[in-house]
Design a protein around this ligand. Structure first.
Ligand code: ZN
Length: 299
């Protein structure tokens, strides 16, 4: 899931997030809505907290928040600004998973989930589509057989972290340890070293970035999402959301588990798959794994 709650964040972290949201607002005003429209994070946890703070404190507070973001937690949270589609599209397109213009990469986060992942595997098999599954180490440890099945069916396993921690507090040592542990487990289960790291909530802090590099993983987020994690998501709403960012070279984010999402929300993503794949193919776009997507090939 990508919408981070800020409930456990400390005052300093909230100020930093408020500052970052201020920067985000400026970025959106300057560039218009980025790929996929207004980031969900900006509407959910992080920026709701930021919004409350900004409304209460007014312009002075916003300025102070920006200063806090820049000065107090700079290295930790400033890279997280790259979660904003407009920002990262301009500065670091490979982080968007931008790849071959004739292809779309299909990715799933938050599994493996013994209750729901097999349903996605069956649907993908029917569609003759291979995808990339960003798994959590602690979940893969509980379901290694399911991880082996994902790999055996031709899909790619990648690292979403060991657990689905919120990003607001800097924990660089733990980040390094846990990303390395998750990468080692994925390698043991899938039989090949993973290539990619997508941080929980899509927030790439400095610590997470360093942890990915130390583990030999390439950070990658997405350029289109289905907002399939919400309680009111439906196959149609997921299709409509993905369509906003769907173009050649796009990387699509969905979830094969509701463990971090609204209960039952996986049905929306699962139900959207046949239509989504059909739409890509009608537009002449092949759907597949990040490994086949040519991310960063032009860099
Ligand atoms: Zn997630």
């Amino acid at each position: 899931m990508v919408s981070a709650g800020a409930g456990s964040a400390g005052r300093g972290a909230r100020a930093a997030v408020a500052g970052l949201a201020g920067l985000a607002g400026a970025g959106r005003r300057a560039s218009g809505a980025g790929a996929g429209g207004r980031p969900a994070e900006a509407r959910s946890g992080a920026s709701r907290a930021a919004g409350r703070g900004a409304r209460g404190a007014g312009r002075t507070g916003r300025v102070a928040g920006v200063a806090a973001a820049a000065g107090v937690v700079g290295w930790h949270v400033v890279p997280a600004g790259l979660w904003l589609p407009g920002v990262r599209a301009a500065l670091w397109p490979a982080l968007d998973g931008r790849g071959d213009p004739g292809r779309v990469a299909l990715t799933f986060d938050d599994g493996p989930d013994p209750d729901t992942t097999p349903l996605f595997l069956r649907a993908l098999d029917r569609l003759s589509v291979r995808a990339t599954f960003f798994v959590l180490g602690e979940r893969l440890e509980r379901a290694p057989g399911l991880g082996r099945r994902i790999a055996a069916e031709g899909h790619e396993l990648a690292v979403h972290g060991w657990r689905h921690d919120p990003p607001w507090l800097p924990r660089p040592v733990r980040d390094v340890r846990e990303v390395a542990r998750a990468a080692a487990l994925v390698e043991a289960v899938a039989g090949r070293r993973p290539l990619w790291y997508r941080p929980p909530y899509g927030v790439l802090t400095g610590g997470r970035w360093a942890a990915a590099r130390a583990a030999g993983l390439r950070p990658v987020l997405w350029s289109a999402w289905g907002r399939d994690w919400t309680a009111d998501a439906s196959p149609l709403s997921v299709r409509a959301e993905v369509a906003r960012g769907l173009r050649g070279g796009a990387t699509v984010l969905l979830h094969d588990s509701d463990a971090m999402c609204a209960p039952g929300s996986w049905r929306a993503a699962l139900g959207a798959l046949p239509g989504l794949v059909a739409e890509c193919r009608a537009r002449g776009l092949a759907v597949g794994r990040l490994a086949d997507h040519g991310v960063g090939r032009s860099e």
